[in-house]
Design a protein around this ligand. Structure first.
Ligand code: SF4
Length: 239
């Protein structure tokens, strides 16, 4: 099956979502890029509120820096991360990331890399996959990348842009990047809109009444486009 990423169709959909939801521009609450990186790692398989609880607990033991975190007893870190689930695994991942951060010379070292090199380095760290790496690139490092998460795949499939069979991460990312503005503020807004829409309407069990994209959705029985796609059972921990 082929991708259906027509630039006018995709642009219209994002404009429709922007008009419907009027979200604020900035969307990742953190004091600095390193904290965003930590949050991106910890938010895997949990909710953002639990990540905030864990980060607040870590802060009670000292500053959120790689050196300070590596100086903590791993058992202490694990106790702080307990609300996020998989806390022993996340403790190891957080410590691995801190070690890489020290080797990089901190945030300035990450920022000095080109986007492909930065992504490659992040993906080499145990526990960092494509989505987490791109969260870090987009939000911590101000790079114009399109984050593909469960919300994105679900919406794009229901709108008929993606086939129902899952495609590789980079195939979907590059398809979006080819039709969206090449600046990080726009792409952050896109990501926020998709998540908000995925929480308000396009949930695993969709709430199509009042959906701003109903008219162009192949997944909705009342849409003129209906019938081309069966929605896959993707799930997001935030649903
Ligand atoms: S009409 Fe329903 S399935 Fe389609 S985008 Fe809206 S909420 Fe999702």
């Amino acid at each position: 099956m082929t991708l259906q990423f027509d630039v006018n169709t995709v642009t219209t959909a994002f404009d429709t979502l922007a008009s419907a939801y009027q979200l604020p521009e900035v969307w990742w609450p953190a004091d600095d890029p390193f904290e965003i990186m930590l949050g991106a790692i910890l938010t895997q398989n949990t909710t953002w509120s639990r990540v905030q609880t864990a980060l607040a607990a870590l802060r009670e033991h000292g500053p959120l820096t790689a050196a300070a975190l590596l100086a903590l007893d791993p058992a202490t870190i694990a106790t702080c991360l307990r609300p996020t689930g998989y806390y022993n695994q996340k403790t190891q991942r957080l410590r691995d990331f801190c070690q890489h951060d020290l080797e990089m010379g901190g945030t300035a070292g990450w920022m000095a890399l080109t986007t492909p090199k930065l992504r490659q380095r992040l993906l080499s760290i145990r526990g960092i996959g494509h989505e987490t790496a791109d969260d870090i690139l987009l939000y911590a490092c101000d790079r114009p990348v399109f984050v593909v998460d469960a919300y994105t795949r679900r919406l794009a499939t229901r709108l008929g842009w993606l086939p129902s069979a899952p495609l590789p991460y980079d195939t979907v990312r590059l398809a979006f990047e080819a039709v969206r503005p090449h600046d990080f503020n726009s792409l952050r807004r896109d990501h926020a809109l998709i998540i908000h829409h995925g929480q308000q309407h396009c949930r695993p069990r969709p709430r199509c009444d009042g959906c701003p994209l109903l008219a162009e959705c192949v997944n909705h029985p009342e849409s003129a486009q209906s019938g081309a796609v069966i929605a896959p059972p993707w799930r997001s921990p935030n649903d």
